[in-house]
Design a protein around this ligand. Structure first.
Ligand code: PRX
Length: 685
């Protein structure tokens, strides 16, 4: 069967089957691909004894090896404190600074090396190569500004709403230098979504940029800061200062006016801090480094709190051994720093290793699908990291483009969603030119870094499967009754991790009860136990484990939709739709999409006596974009006469999902209103 036939077949199966579990289980098991001898010869990790070193009975002490990759002001006394499960504390007693580890410690040997290659979206604009020395200077000056002008100190929270520019890692590292907790909000999120995060984290300072380029346009971004401040004020929370970086230094690129006494142009103010140096704060390992908000089962996004010591140790080790980053590598992760992938694998991991990390501002296919390969050729990128959504788009728009450019990747990553074997094979053959090794890495915002992946020079690759747990991570699949499903059972269940690991988030900001309830309560063996073995972490994904030990991730078991590799809570979309006056009920379901994997379809019913109209549907769509951002825009808004409901009045989302995906909704005779199903089918046709 050709790759295309296979892709079509897997798509057909997606529309023929009912559950996500079945979809993936029915992907045929693929043959293995082996890493090349050239890759193995240079790899950081080839010694198979690593699995013994990181066996379950050596946990948690084995993770000392992770922390040893960092420089500490004071060494830790205890590797893991389990006295208050499941609030694990790593490297207790240790003191360090994340910024020092990512910047200062490289100066002695590598000060003239590029730390960040900033590639603007407009192709005629010059690429910036920021050396470690320059990064040091810029981070120090900005840290001085944050401390002396904003009065920020260790433990304060600051919200960043910044696009993909070099100033974003500079801002993060300046916060880290002071021990200030940053909370970066994806720039594509709306001002309102930003406000929710400002209020929850109680940030008094919001850092943004006037504008940025996206798909050929210079977008006004500062207007979102005004909305964020205004919306925060409605929640009785005042934003004292808005710091605005200029996309084109020396020129203000937004039509929005500056608010007197609140707004400050960073580029102007920085002149006052020229030459200033700030001693990195000696932070406890357990102090928070940042918050990263993500969607969950309830309406409100939750702030995942990540620690300095455990998190940094984890992303550094995994960058070195799973990403195979050497100091001389040029590494490009095409994610957005507004998501966890960018935090861990554009900023903290690669910079802690002293690598050169590429920050690309724009859309991968702009102005054409050859763009990433030109960037790779020009910068001599040799490690590449992206999502299945981007790979699918590049494959659709320019299947033969990679061959036209003279670059060579030794290593490539895929992350964020399941990748169809046919797409994987194109990635391998065309983008990787048949030489690059691929890791399919499974993990989540909550986890800090990779959980499942092949070790690139040790394991063979299997298209469509993530791989086993990485060294030190011991996954297990439980069925609904808590019984372990062994490898090769062919049955899907809930994937959990048996042991704590240093990259795991510490808690949900201001909501420790939810932290316990959502991730630990279901499979906890004894709520009174202080033994970590009794507290498996539940990821919220369905998975199957093949006989070879490789895991295949099937998708979320909760109300989260993974759109283009980004998490959206269906409840968030539904509450945004309900803000439109006419709407009585709203239900969001995932629909399969060629490029984005999944997209949201929104079903609404109107209040009694109201007529459906295109105008109402448009307003509902606009409400979602303004509440959350363009990323959440529904594929279609379907106004239905009534929702399919159980006799107890529950909306049957499963039936709606089947209709959206042109599947058979199964037996609907037990519904309170079975006749509605055909009417809705007609509407969707
Ligand atoms: O469903 C899994 C899916 O993405 C979810 C996590 O999303 P987020 O927190 O935004 O982090 C994305 C980047 C780490 C998971 O619960 N997911 C992530 N990686 C994979 C995946 N699904 C299949 N294969 C993967 N490699």
């Amino acid at each position: 069967m050709s790759d295309d036939q296979q892709l079509r077949r897997s798509k057909e199966q997606q529309t023929a089957d009912i559950s996500e579990a079945q979809i993936a289980v029915h992907w045929p098991e693929e043959d293995y691909f082996s890493p090349s001898a050239t890759f193995i010869a240079q790899a950081n990790l080839t010694d198979t004894s690593v699995f013994e070193r990181f066996s379950l009975d050596r946990s948690p002490d084995c993770f000392r090896e992770f922390a040893d990759l960092l420089d500490w002001y004071q060494r830790w006394e205890k590797t893991l404190d389990t006295s208050n499960p499941p609030f694990w504390r790593w490297f207790v007693g240790g003191k360090l600074n994340a910024c020092f580890n990512c910047v200062d410690r490289h100066l002695a040997k590598h000060k003239n090396k590029t730390a960040i290659h900033f590639v603007p979206e407009p192709e005629h604009e010059t690429v910036q190569h920021i050396t470690y020395q320059e990064l040091f200077v810029r981070v120090n000056e900005f840290a001085a500004l944050l401390r002396d002008f904003c009065g920020l100190k260790a433990g304060d929270r600051v919200t960043l709403h910044m696009p993909m520019v070099a100033e974003l890692p500079i801002t993060m590292l300046a916060c880290a230098r002071l021990g200030v907790i940053h909370s970066q909000v994806f720039s594509g999120f709306s001002g309102k979504a930003c406000a929710d995060r400002v209020v929850d984290s109680e940030s008094r300072v919001l850092i943004t940029m006037d504008a940025y380029y996206r798909a050929g346009k210079l977008l006004d971004h500062k207007e979102k800061a005004d909305i964020a401040a205004a919306e925060s004020a409605k929640d009785a929370h005042k934003v004292d200062k808005v710091l605005i970086w200029q996309r084109h230094p020396g020129k203000y690129s937004s039509p929005t006016k500056l608010v007197e006494g609140r707004d400050v142009i960073v580029n102007d103010l920085l002149r006052k801090y020229r030459g200033k140096r700030v001693e990195p704060a000696h932070m406890p390992a357990e102090a928070p480094l940042f918050l990263m908000y993500t969607s969950g089962t309830t309406g409100k996004p939750k702030g995942c709190q990540h620690s300095i010591g455990g998190y940094l140790a984890y992303v550094t080790w995994t960058s070195k051994y799973i990403q195979d980053i050497h100091p001389e590598d040029v590494y490009w992760c095409m994610a957005d720093i507004g998501w966890i992938t960018g935090h861990s694998y554009i900023v903290y991991g690669p910079l802690a290793l002293g690598a050169s990390s590429v920050v690309y501002e724009g859309v991968p296919t702009h102005p054409d699908a050859g763009r990433p390969w030109r960037i790779a050729e020009d910068l001599d990128v040799n490690i590449f990291h992206t999502s299945p959504t981007a790979i699918r788009a590049l494959r659709r728009d320019g299947p033969d483009e990679p061959a036209k450019y003279n670059y060579r990747f030794k290593h490539m990553t895929t992350v964020g969603e399941p990748i169809e074997p046919a797409v994987w094979k194109w990635y391998h053959k065309m983008v990787g030119k048949g030489e690059a090794v691929i890791v399919d890495t499974w993990w989540q915002t909550e986890n800090g870094g990779f959980l499942c992946s092949t070790v690139p020079a040790i394991h063979k690759m299997k298209p469509g499967s993530a791989g086993p747990g990485i060294p030190g991570i011991h996954p297990v699949i439980y069925d609904d009754e808590g019984k372990e499903l062994p490898a090769g059972s062919g049955k899907a269940g809930n994937i959990c991790i048996r042991n704590p690991w240093p990259g795991g988030f510490q808690t949900i900001w201001k909501d420790p009860d939810r932290f316990v309830a959502q991730y630990y309560a279901r499979y906890c063996k004894d709520r009174k136990s202080k033994d970590w073995r009794d507290w498996p972490y539940m990821a919220g994904d369905g998975a199957v484990q093949a006989a070879d030990g490789y895991y295949r991730i099937l998708g979320r078991i909760d109300d989260v939709i993974n759109v283009a590799g980004h998490r959206l809570g269906t409840k968030e979309l539904e509450s945004a739709a309900l803000l439109v006056d006419e709407v009585a009920e709203a239900a969001v379901v995932p629909a399969a999409d060629e490029i984005k994997g999944k997209v949201p379809d929104l079903y609404v019913s109107l209040k009694p006596g109201l007529q459906a109209s295109k105008e109402i549907a448009n307003r509902i769509s606009a409400a979602i974009v303004s509440e959350i951002g363009a990323i959440a825009r529904p594929r279609q808004v379907i106004i239905v006469p009534d929702m399919p409901k159980t006799r107890s009045g529950k909306i049957m989302r499963r039936v709606l999902a089947a209709i959206s995906n042109h599947q058979n909704p199964g037996d609907v005779s037990t519904l309170a209103n079975p006749e509605i199903v055909d009417k809705i089918k007609e509407l969707v046709k």
